[in-house]
Design a binder for this molecule. Structure first.
Ligand code: ATP
Ligand code: MG
Ligand code: MG
Ligand code: MG
Length: 474
């Protein structure tokens, strides 16, 4: 099955269960001071759970573009090093707003995975919430009872609060969740653990694919939990992970979600991708991942910039540039050449990229050119700094790399960590603070990073200046 067919199978399945299919919300979050980027399918439905708005349909399903590079969920450092954490990924989800609950959610996830998508039963196991005595929370027996209809009890494991209890924030809707994991170890390896627990979260071939959250409590300001009058279901399944399982691959990067981008990278750089842990192979994975995050975020209206969400994108982009520059020995802009592959691949599901392909390509190319102008010198400078340092580089040095050569702190951290050094980050932050005060004194103007695109048919660009500043759309 192709990835497109798998996505369609998910949406079609929930359509047959009376779900209304809605489009993905933009990856960039507007008007929410608590969140920069969409990091889960439920974000766009937050007001329904909070009771601020009534859901237009009791059952909804979609595929949501998510980004996990900041805040509570930051997977950036895993990306390319492991085979299943991405910066940007698609989260498939189905929701019940005060409609069905545990019985249907569990039954349908089982039906979809084992009957529609034919994942072998003996590869699956699930976790349910073990309860919490301090909070007076019981084991989620309801979920366990539903699972027992479908799966043997030794495949139903108890999970702790960290993994199996979801909360939106310090207060508000929350509840237990049940997660579905796939064990793709070879039969050989699985035999060795027979009789012992099936869970081996550290094994790269045992991965979580789907989380079903049952929102049944409201946490009050004093910390106590109240039963909600209406109970909700909120699920999220990693699309790229699902595709990997169904296509029988050992890595998300071996699926057709990434193969087109990877072959283009290999073509351009005359590299052969072998799927190993060499720096070159990690680089190919990192690039094929990062270009998606960068392209879709720009297409959703966030330009790279020096502050806020724009700086997150700039950091990802510069991280990618340094990877190809150092490990694929490619010294010219590369990422912008990958945009057409992705825009083509996602033309049906996320047409916003195709619609703005020329613009997105231009923005990325200019960003790459700008960073490549200082990268070589910065890399030489960092070598000097490393040779002159003990096991830590000073905040002043890290700040010089940031200020003069455009090295984001996390890039400096990554480069020095490869040589077993760290950065004095609090001293770096102090330097940063000093500079902010200097520039605040110098200028009172703060530029706005947000641009709006694709809101209805009347959206047109009225112009954009340099990448460092802003673009407006009416
Ligand atoms: P993990 O434990 O693997 O980091 P998670 O528990 O943080 O995943 P959830 O918040 O439960 O993830 O999100 C729901 C689903 O989204 C996960 O079951 C997984 O399939 C997928 N997912 C989460 N983070 C990523 C990521 N960085 N890249 C790809 N898929 C992801
Ligand atoms: Mg995680
Ligand atoms: Mg998890
Ligand atoms: Mg989870």
């Amino acid at each position: 099955m192709t990835s497109a067919a798998i996505r369609k199978a998910f949406l079609d399945f929930f359509k047959t269960k009376d779900h209304h299919i809605v489009p993905s919300a933009p990856i960039v979050v507007k008007n929410d001071p608590t969140l920069m980027f969409t990091n889960a399918g439920m974000n766009q439905f937050k007001d329904f759970f909070l009771g601020n708005k009534k859901a237009p349909y009791p059952r909804i399903a979609d595929t949501q573009k998510c980004l996990r590079v900041s805040g509570k969920h930051n997977d950036l450092e895993e990306v390319g090093v492991d085979t299943y954490h991405h910066t940007m990924f698609e989260m498939l989800g189905n929701w019940s707003f005060g409609d069905y609950f545990k019985k249907e959610a569990i039954e349908w996830s089982w039906e979809l995975l084992t009957k529609v998508l034919n994942i072998p039963i003996d590869r699956l196991y699930v976790t349910v919430f073990e309860g919490d005595t301090k909070e007076g929370l019981p084991v989620d027996e309801e979920a366990a009872t539903e699972w027992k209809k479908w799966i043997s009890t030794d495949r139903i494991l108890l999970g702790n609060k960290k993994d199996n209890f979801w909360e939106m924030g310090d207060t508000g809707p929350c509840g237990p969740c049940t997660e579905i994991h796939v064990d793709s170890r070879s039969d050989e390896e699985r035999k060795q653990v027979d009789g012992k627990t099936l869970v081996n979260a550290d094994h790269p071939q045992v991965i979580e694919i789907w989380n079903n959250v049952f929102i049944q409590y409201n946490r009050l300001k004093d910390g106590t939990l109240q039963q909600l009058p209406a109970k909700h279901v909120d699920t999220g399944m990693g699309f790229e992970r699902l595709v990997r399982v169904i296509q029988g691959k050992n890595s998300n990067y071996d699926t057709d979600v990434f193969s087109g981008t990877i072959s283009r990278i290999c073509n351009i750089t005359h590299t052969e991708y072998k799927g190993t842990d060499t720096k070159a192979d990690i680089t190919v994975r990192v690039l094929s991942d990062h270009i998606r995050a960068i392209s879709f975020t720009i297409a959703d209206g966030q330009l790279p910039s020096n502050t806020g969400a724009g700086y997150v994108i700039r950091r990802i982009l510069r991280r990618a540039v340094r990877y190809y520059y150092s490990y694929l020995d490619y010294k010219q802009p590369l990422l912008f050449q990958l945009v057409p592959v992705i825009s083509e691949q996602f033309a049906e599901v996320f047409p916003e990229l195709k619609q703005q392909e020329a613009f997105v390509t231009k923005v990325i190319k200019e960003e790459e050119e700008a960073f490549l102008r200082t990268l070589e010198k910065g890399l030489r400078r960092i070598e000097d700094i490393i040779s002159a340092s003990g096991n830590q580089i000073t905040g002043k040095d890290a700040f010089e790399l940031y200020d003069t050569y455009g090295f984001p702190l996390d890039l400096t951290r990554l480069i020095v960590a490869e040589r077993n050094l760290s950065v004095d980050e609090s001293a770096f932050n102090a330097e940063m603070q000093k500079q902010k005060e200097r520039s605040r004194a110098a200028t009172a103007i703060d530029t706005e990073d947000w641009i709006e695109v694709n809101e209805g048919n009347n959206s047109i660009f009225v112009g954009y200046d340099a990448l460092e500043t802003e673009a407006f759309v009416l």
